[in-house]
Design a protein around this ligand. Structure first.
Ligand SMILES: Cc1cc2nc3c(=O)[nH]c(=O)nc-3n(C[C@H](O)[C@H](O)[C@H](O)COP(=O)(O)O)c2cc1C
Length: 402
């Protein structure tokens, strides 16, 4: 069969690209698609590491059959029960009824909840540090609770030093030919990787930090995640990114301005702030209308940049409904290490600025750079002066790190 990719002589990538699904988890757009990675180890015993999402399991099974070339399947390792990796599991267990299914104590109750008919006699429960002997390859397991589900674990091949990391070190973006980090221009994938991290794993920074610490003594020659490129050349690079992102440390000195508007007054305010930021020498300024750009992209840039300026018109005594969910997510994910600015628009008793202020008060570890600016209707020259003050204060804070 075509497109059988070898990671090493006896380890194969049998994943599948998905360029059809519009939205990951039915809400995050996938303009560059996504890859569901699965791997097969062909040793005295054969072993599959994770499966794929519903819809691409046919291709996965075809590849697997080809790799096995008539051999039976002995083991299926389930690092994570989320359906984008366990969607192919039901078919796989049916086709290979003798295969032992390897997971931890938290894996199997989830498996039974998703696949009622799963044969418990085949369940093989492993705990931290247990070894699974495939012949030449010896696999061991490390628990990664809440990266990003309770049962998440990683599998480490002690023989070839391969970390099957599941969602850790994963990325959005289909694998457009290049499978390995040295076959692609990573700059091309970086934004999609950060977007994946921020939106999927972003809430669990502390757990990711624990995972990095736990994995640091291991010699790792390959990182085989369950989405995106396989790392074999610049492994330090991907670990460095995850280390930064999980500490919520910004990578760049730019500023995100995100606003919600019905009739354009709040947008005028956003543009004035953006212009002054540029005049003050901030080269990376990203301005987003929260009603138009999907929040997963905005969140990714918020992860990237040091400055965040939020604006909202007033709507029924509260925040504008298209700004509210973004702030909810940032609060839920515990945004920190950012300089914040606040602005908004109103006509009678406000609501927008109040809502942003309540959001900022509920967070720890961020600094508001200037007094919030609330404008009534069309901004006056005096209003513009105050808005530009936010920009100047933000630029000054950011430049102080140069
Ligand atoms: C449906 C609706 C609800 C509104 N609710 C409030 C409100 O609770 N408090 C307030 O001060 N203004 C309220 N306004 C007025 C707008 O906030 C005001 O016109 C503002 O200038 C709109 O800013 P924009 O041009 O950026 O959309 C409301 C307007 C609309 C259309």
């Amino acid at each position: 069969m075509h497109n059988l990719v070898k990671v090493t002589d006896s380890v194969y990538w049998v994943g599948a690209n998905d360029r059809k699904t519009e939205r990951f988890e039915n809400y995050m757009p996938l303009p560059m698609g996504v890859a569901y990675n699965s791997y097969v180890i062909k040793d005295e015993k054969t072993c599959v590491i994770d499966t794929v999402e519903f819809g691409v399991e046919g291709l996965f099974m075809e590849k697997l059959e080809c790799v096995l070339d008539g051999k039976d399947l002995d083991y299926i390792v389930v690092n994570h029960m989320e359906p984008d990796h366990s969607g192919g599991l039901r078919d796989l267990m049916k086709k290979y009824p003798n295969a032992k299914v390897v997971g931890n104590a938290k894996t199997f109750p989830m498996m039974k909840a998703f696949i009622h008919e799963a044969n418990e006699e085949n369940f093989h429960i492993v705990k931290e540090g247990d070894v699974l002997d495939l012949g030449h390859h010896k696999l061991t397991f490390a628990m990664m609770p809440m990266v990003h589900w309770p049962e998440s674990m990683v599998t480490y091949d002690t023989t070839e030093k391969i970390l099957f990391s599941n969602d850790a070190f994963g990325s959005f973006g289909a694998l457009d030919g290049g499978i390995f980090d040295d076959e692609v221009n990573f700059d091309f994938y970086e934004d999609e990787m950060r977007r994946y991290y921020a939106n999927i794993v972003g809430k669990y920074g502390m757990q990711v930090q624990n995972a990095i610490k736990k994995l640091s003594p291991l010699e790792i020659k390959y990182i085989c995640p369950s989405h995106g490129i396989v790392w074999r050349t610049d492994i330090k690079r991907v670990i460095k990114h995850y280390d930064y992102w999980s500490r919520l440390e910004p990578e760049s000195e730019g500023v995100v301005i995100v606003y919600g508007t019905m009739y354009g007054n709040t947008a005028k305010q956003a543009n004035a702030i953006a212009r002054e930021l540029s005049a003050q020498g901030i080269k990376e300024v990203k301005v987003y209308d929260a009603s138009k750009t999907d929040h997963s992209f905005i969140l990714s840039d918020i992860w990237k940049y040091k400055g965040l300026i939020i604006g909202s018109c007033s709507h029924n005594n509260a925040l504008y409904p298209k700004v509210q969910p973004l702030l909810h997510k940032l609060q839920n994910y515990g945004l920190k290490n950012r300089y914040l600015g606040i602005f908004g628009n109103m006509m009678w008793s406000g609501g927008g600025v109040r809502g942003i202020q309540a959001f900022a008060d509920a967070l720890n570890g961020n600094e508001i750079v200037a007094e919030a600016v609330e404008v009534r209707g069309n901004p006056t020259l005096e209003d513009y002066e105050k808005l530009e003050n936010i920009a100047r204060a933000m630029a000054e804070k950011i430049k102080s790190h140069r």
